[in-house]
Design a binder for this molecule. Structure first.
Ligand code: BDP
Length: 722
């Protein structure tokens, strides 16, 4: 017999377990696709009526995805079972399809409007016809229908009015691609969210549910390509043993409109082809690549093509054979062209044997090659000329290669921005670069217009983001890292969206609709990247991170195998001043920009203060815009960065109870790590630079807690991502 006491304990256990289950459920896995019941009676009523019946006519893998997504999402958001049928019976109907596969869509007379949305675009329209009221998702292709479906779901998730829909939407950029720096052993270069998603060992037999959830998440933000492997490539992935595995992934992603690409190691003909050379002009080498490409297409008929890092940081390339980047890219492009594949050839090149300012080298090598690449080659250029710093001026190649389609390469993973532990919302950074005016065709020639092809009439357009996702349960380690994946996709689709609006959507879909919560979290996000800039590299400082792992401060790094891998190379602090002179009196990297840009940046008085020490070496008593001398301004900026993190902590702590306890705590703990990191940066950098400036930290500012020797002795071990 069970006594009263044990019943009581059982009850307690039950209560305990049920609270635990709720807590475990909020682990961030569902990203922005949570589909929980909408808590708003008025909105629910509108949606339940308009979307009472769902009609999807025709069948195909992509339409199946559409059906399943609608069923799952509407069931969750509206809290009622959803029947997807192929006949409209009720008065209010949601219908999704293309005129070719859906007679109902065809009957709505949208053909004219559809002409303007292209292959991947869609219409969302409210229409009355034959006594019925339709909410229609219409597109020219099935993947367009899928994008329209996700757009409509986003509208529901953010509780927008859908009664008078008249949305016409299409992507501004053609290739919207994630770059995974994933190795075949599942480590991820500069990855801070666990291991690689690709479980090569279990492929091709085992298709992890994660692959499908990955594809769903990407499709929901319009990403249509994925490079599976690290730019520091391993040629093994091109062998049949791996190609069957790549095929399995490509098959899994195809219904979601996602093409698969691979990185091609330039020396593959030697390593896996047993040739003596990889010279791109050698006939045997050309034939080898042609055969390899043909073989890849037998596995993956819609294979996207190759991403190549060549002659950079020790990677092999055409220059090993005294050939140019164009020779190398064109050889691969010729092999891919008959199948419709493309080559994304990276412009991230620099060479320690060239005594030139590293910031100048990509332009020096690539600009003369403009017009010499095949039409299926795109040159992929990092946002700035050094390397994904917290802030960089836009890369001088943008606007300088009118005859070569240039792709943008952003880094979503926060290699130099606090990695998996610091909150830095990157949309403002992406937008800042895209807004940069190249003056290539006069004022208003923004980087965005270069990338979307409108400035130079590029025949193809593309944008890539180095992914921040891995096997961590919440995909990105930091719960706010999800916002950067999301923002990249949204901007790749439409770079005109504002950072605020993207944050707004993301917060509502990921956390809560509560207006105070949304506005406070948005405010935190919007200032977060600037906070990182301030406590790491204010006023245009750059690349002063810890040696190799890039986590934490290391302004003292010197005497490494190459000068441009040290910090002293970049900050050039002396007793007289600080900064890298890139004007005529220095490296003259500035000459790579348009004359109008030069005119503004060459004079410290008109150079935007955020780039001051990027372009100028200035004395410690230089008067900054605040009226403070440079040294004091530097102290204020570093301290301001720490203050901003503390303000974020205060905001977040005030939100307890408005978000599930699990994610609340995670963010709280991470913000406290970030505050520690920010102080470390501030104190270490100020003490170090003070050895040159020989000036006091202003009285009113918080003083470093430790000595410079202490900070220099810190040597974090096994930092992830290396
Ligand atoms: C740097 C990373 C390095 C990458 C390289 C690249 O530190 O791990 O291999 O960029 O983009 O930012 O090729």
């Amino acid at each position: 017999m069970i006594g009263k006491k044990s019943i009581y304990s059982l009850l307690l256990l039950f209560v305990f377990l049920s609270t635990q289950t709720t807590a475990w459920a909020e682990d961030g896995y569902r990203l922005w696709q949570r589909y929980d019941l909408l808590q708003d009676k008025g909105t629910l009523k509108q949606y339940r009526q308009a979307l009472g019946e769902v009609v999807v006519q025709g069948s195909s893998p992509t339409l199946t995805v559409v059906k399943e997504e609608l069923q799952m999402a509407l069931g969750g958001l509206l809290g009622q079972p959803v029947q997807v049928t192929d006949q409209a019976r009720k008065k209010d109907v949601l219908v999704a399809g293309t005129p070719a596969t859906s007679p109902l869509i065809k009957s709505l007379g949208l053909d004219e409007q559809l002409k303007s949305v292209g292959k991947e675009g869609f219409l969302l329209v409210s229409r009355k016809s034959g006594g019925k009221r339709y909410t229609a998702i219409a597109a020219n292709s099935e993947v367009g229908v899928l994008y329209g479906t996700f757009h409509l779901l986003r509208m529901l998730q953010t509780k927008q009015d859908i009664s008078q829909l008249q949305v016409s939407n299409s992507p501004k950029i053609q290739h919207r691609i994630l770059n995974h720096w994933d190795n075949l052993d599942r480590t991820v270069e500069r990855g801070y969210a666990g291991f690689s998603l690709w479980d090569w060992h279990k492929l091709p037999e085992y298709i992890d549910q994660r692959y499908l959830d990955y594809a769903r998440a990407n499709a929901s933000i319009g990403i249509n390509g994925t490079v599976l492997t690290n730019v520091n490539a391993n040629s093994l992935v091109l062998t049949p043993e791996y190609l069957v595995k790549v095929k399995a992934l490509a098959d899994a992603f195809r219904p979601y409109g996602i093409k698969v690409y691979l990185t091609a190691r330039f020396s593959s003909p030697i390593e896996i082809g047993k040739l003596k050379t990889a010279d791109p002009l050698n006939d045997e080498v050309k034939a080898w690549w042609q055969k390899k490409v043909n073989e890849i297409y037998t596995y993956i008929p819609d294979f996207g093509g190759f991403l190549v890092k060549a002659n950079s940081e020790g990677q092999p390339g055409p220059q090993n054979y005294k050939r140019t980047h164009a020779d190398g890219a064109n050889m691969l492009a010729d092999a891919l062209a008959p199948k419709g594949g493309i080559v994304m050839w990276r412009a991230f090149v620099y060479d320690n044997n060239v005594p030139e300012d590293r910031a100048k080298q990509a332009y020096t090598e690539f600009k003369p090659l403009d017009g010499t690449f095949r039409s299926n080659v795109m040159v992929q250029v990092k946002n700035g000329a050094i390397d994904f710093q917290p802030r960089e001026p836009f890369h001088p190649l943008f606007g300088a290669m009118p005859k070569t389609p240039l792709m943008m390469e952003f880094q979503i993973t926060q290699e130099y921005l606090g990695q998996g532990t610091n909150l830095a919302y990157l949309a403002p950074m992406f937008k800042e670069t895209l807004a940069g005016d190249t003056y290539a065709n006069g004022k208003g020639s923004s980087v965005a217009k270069v990338i979307d092809g409108s400035l130079h009439n590029y025949s193809q357009t593309g944008i890539a983001g180095v992914s921040n996702i891995g096997t961590d349960r919440n995909w990105t380690s930091h719960p706010f890292g999800q916002a950067n994946w999301y923002a990249f996709g949204r901007l790749a689709w439409d770079h005109a969206l504002s950072s605020e609006d993207i944050a707004d959507e993301w917060i509502k879909m990921t956390f809560s609709h509560d207006p105070t919560f949304v506005s406070k979290v948005k405010q935190m996000m919007m200032g977060s990247r600037e906070a990182v800039v301030n406590y790491m590299t204010p006023l245009g400082l750059h690349h002063i991170m810890g040696w190799n792992h890039h986590y934490g401060p290391g302004p003292w790094i010197k005497d490494k195998p190459r000068a441009d891998w040290t910090s002293v190379y970049y900050h050039r602090a002396t007793e007289k001043g600080i900064g890298f002179d890139r004007t005529k009196t220095g490296s003259n990297a500035l000459a790579q920009y348009a004359p109008q840009v030069q005119a503004q940046w060459e004079n410290p008085a008109t150079c935007p203060e955020e780039f001051l020490l990027w372009f100028h070496h200035l004395p410690w008593d230089y008067k900054t815009k605040s009226g403070r001398e440079l040294w004091n301004e530097l102290c204020y900026r570093y301290s301001g960065g720490v203050d901003s993190v503390r303000a974020m902590q205060k905001t977040w702590n005030g939100l307890q109870g408005q978000v599930d306890q699990e994610r609340f705590k995670q963010v709280q703990m991470l913000l406290s790590m970030q505050e520690k990191d920010a102080k470390l940066w501030r104190d270490a950098c100020l003490l170090y630079f003070q050895t040159f400036s020989k000036r006091p930290i202003p009285q009113e500012l918080e003083k470093p807690a430790n000595t410079l020797d202490y900070y220099m002795s810190l040597d974090p071990k096994f930092v992830p991502g290396i």
